[in-house]
Design a protein. Structure first.
Length: 293
């Protein structure tokens, strides 16, 4: 049994989380078309009869313009340390840009073993693929170059076989039925945040965080309370929407995913609070009816 760690890195929105989900054939990382959706390094554990691979999904590396950007970059940089190989994703439709070169320069500093992953090849003519691969060969001493479509699953199984060649461990790191290192609470909060990213305006995503405040597993259903915390009152109004319409839409979409994940009917309550309210936790718990007065 071979084993090891593999980091997935790239610019925001190149498909890192989509690839992780495709590799595991399960949704463990949220996805959206907005940059910096992933805020944490999430592990996805792939296991078959030959190997166990711990894939690490990372925040998109970018030129930071605010504090959150610096934090996300730091998490991504740490993920390439002490791994067997790095999967460097490029969006072939968008082409190789300054952001990709920025990441490549950092990988050179780490002297990492890198497999170049050309993602979204289903969106370009087939006759352009081989010339494109040739154009990337001199950018870095890549171990290999693998074209895929993470969204459609094209060539993903072949990628797994390529990765196996670079694993250095000889023992399993997790039980065979473990597919991620994240808790149910983390996954629930991330699914709700994913729906916020999907349905709200551009200014909301970086200013919202979700927390599971209650989780009661009852006989026929699971009752969950999730607090959406924003940094400004006007964002609170956007997420709630007219007569609560936006919050209802977010909650309904999240509930569908959570019922599939948890395998049980879910009764989901969502609340929106500002950071000012959140700092006074005793007060917020009372307001939400989660604490006796």
């Amino acid at each position: 049994m071979k084993s090891g760690f593999v980091s997935i890195v790239g610019r925001p929105n190149v498909g890192k989380s989509t690839l992780l989900n495709s590799l595991l054939q399960a949704k463990i990382a949220i996805t959206s078309n907005k940059a910096q959706t992933t805020r944490n390094s999430i592990q996805g554990i792939y296991t078959d009869s030959e190997a166990q691979i711990v894939f690490i999904d990372t925040p998109g590396i970018h030129k930071p313009v605010h504090k959150l950007g610096n934090v996300l970059n730091k998490k991504a940089y740490q993920s390439v340390e002490d791994v067997d190989v790095v999967l460097f994703l490029i969006d072939v439709e968008g082409g190789f840009g300054k952001g990709d070169q920025f990441i490549l320069n950092r990988l050179k500093e780490e002297k990492a073993k890198v497999i170049l992953i050309l993602n979204k090849v289903d969106r370009i003519p087939k006759e352009k693929l081989l010339p494109l691969i040739d154009s990337y060969k001199d950018l870095y001493p890549f171990e290999e170059i693998v074209p895929i479509s993470a969204l459609k699953g094209d060539n993903v199984a072949a990628l797994i076989e390529v990765v196996k060649k670079y694993l250095t461990g000889t023992e399993k790191l997790y039980d065979e039925d473990t597919i991620t290192n994240v808790s149910n609470y983390f996954y629930i909060s991330e699914i709700v945040r994913e729906k916020v990213l999907r349905f709200t305006e551009k200014e909301v995503p970086h200013a919202v965080t979700c927390y599971v405040e209650t989780y009661e597993d009852k006989e026929d259903y699971i009752e969950i309370g999730v607090v959406l915390v924003v940094d400004r009152d006007n964002l609170k109004k956007i997420i709630i929407g007219k007569q609560g319409s936006m919050l209802k839409q977010i909650g309904s979409a999240a509930r569908v995913d959570l019922e599939e994940y948890l395998g049980k009917k879910v009764f989901l309550k969502t609340y929106v609070k500002t950071m000012e309210d959140w700092r006074d936790k005793e007060n917020i718990l009372t307001e939400l009816g989660l604490k006796d007065e």
